[in-house]
Design a protein around this ligand. Structure first.
Ligand code: SAM
Ligand code: SQH
Length: 353
């Protein structure tokens, strides 16, 4: 009886700790934002391998009354694998970059700081406080409940949000080159490709530079591609993917379908199928998006994918399992598909008519 009581109490205290970890989960987000705002990744990179606490403090514009925050911030971020922390024999601290913070160095070829800035924007983050109110009401999207406008209208009407979003997306797309280097076979037999929802053209620039014989078209909403200049094998076309998509041998959809409901995705995929139809069975749609694999994803991978799934509720979008993807492809009239898990938490899916 006594030991059962102790066990129950221990379980409840364990539950309490878990709840507090969840309650304070957002501090991982804001401390990451804080480190980027302070420019800590750049300071460490410019300094060399690792930086001592006094050296870091000498570079930061933190008044003496607040310098004690810095080792606490660094301890928390090191705990979360954003930095490495070293203690020498005298007990002095120094810090170095991890693969995650290498991606926050502004001179890096794959700097993701604009992604951090975009997703940690105070107004955009605040939208998620309205989930409870949204789900019980009739207003279709969380964005409309929170801000009185849809996500796409907000981006269209407010240049500061458009820049924040396009820069975030562009920096995310730079990592495409890491995967394309090893998978050029994807482009064999393809003379032209249209990047639907291709934003300001970061992915298309990578493809057009790597394959000089490949004609690349960036297709996005008119206000996104207005005033952008192409090159020999790269052009910009403005339009609406729900109306018509330029013809090409292949269509690329990177981070597009997770923005939309199943019904809207089927409409987009049908338009894509028509776009690649002149190439008959050789035409294909290349999707770069998340595939949830419940049995295989480890805790970390599942955390990222399932968090994005909740996040996409803001637009009525979603992340999908393989079964859900397959259903979309069948309903849009495609016959085969092949998944290549080559983009970290996202995969490349080839879909054939
Ligand atoms: C999440 S972003 C992805 C951008 C880019 N593919 C990438 O991965 O970096 C979605 C893109 O879809 C575009 N978009 C939204 N609605 C669209 C429509 N109806 N027709 C064409 N593009 C659209 C947006 O302007 C935006 O650039
Ligand atoms: O800043 C945001 C950006 C996005 C967003 C839109 C399209 C994408 O393809 C994507 O990957 C992310 O969605 C949000 C959201 O859903 C929220 O609830 C709150 C903020 C945002």
């Amino acid at each position: 009886m006594g030991s059962r009581y102790v066990q129950k109490a221990n379980d409840l205290f364990e539950g309490q700790t878990l709840l507090y970890a969840q309650i304070f989960g957002y501090l991982k987000t804001v401390c990451l934002k804080w480190a980027v705002q302070l420019g800590i990744p750049d300071i460490i990179k410019n300094h060399g391998e690792s930086i001592t606490l006094p050296e870091l403090l000498s570079k930061l514009k933190v008044p003496p009354s607040k310098t004690s925050c810095v080792p606490r911030l660094m301890r928390f971020l090191a705990h979360n694998r954003i930095f490495d922390i070293h203690v020498n024999q005298k007990g002095h601290l120094s810090y170095s970059l991890t693969p995650a913070s290498e991606l926050l160095v502004s001179s890096s070829d794959h700097c993701l700081s604009p992604v951090v800035t975009m997703f940690t924007n105070q107004v955009l983050m605040g939208v998620n406080h309205h989930l409870g109110e949204w789900v019980c009401g009739e207003v279709p999207t969380l964005f409309e409940v929170a801000l009185g406008t849809s996500f796409w209208e907000l981006v269209k009407d407010k240049p500061s949000y458009m820049n924040l979003f396009n820069e975030g997306m562009a920096s995310d797309s730079k990592m495409v080159d890491l995967a394309l280097k090893n998978y050029s076979s994807i482009f064999e037999g393809i003379d032209s490709i249209v990047d639907v929802g291709g934003g300001t053209g970061t992915t298309a620039k990578i493809m057009s530079a790597k394959f000089s014989n490949l004609k690349c078209i960036v297709f996005d909403l008119p206000h996104v591609v207005a005033n952008l200049l192409g090159s020999d094998n790269l052009s910009y076309v403005g339009g609406d993917m729900f109306i018509s998509i330029p013809k090409a041998d292949a269509v690329l959809l990177k981070w597009i379908l997770h923005d939309w409901t199943d019904e809207k995705c089927i409409e987009i995929l049908e338009k894509c199928k028509y776009s690649v139809s002149s190439k008959e069975s050789k035409g294909k749609v290349i999707i770069i998006d998340t595939v949830i694999i419940e049995k295989e994803d480890d805790q970390y991978m599942a955390d990222t994918k399932l968090s994005m799934d909740i996040f996409m509720l803001g637009l009525k979008g979603k992340e999908r399992t393989e079964k859900e993807w397959k259903q979309l492809f069948i309903e849009a009239g495609f016959k085969h598909y092949k998944i290549f898990p080559i983009f970290g938490f996202r995969s490349l899916i080839e879909v054939y008519p």
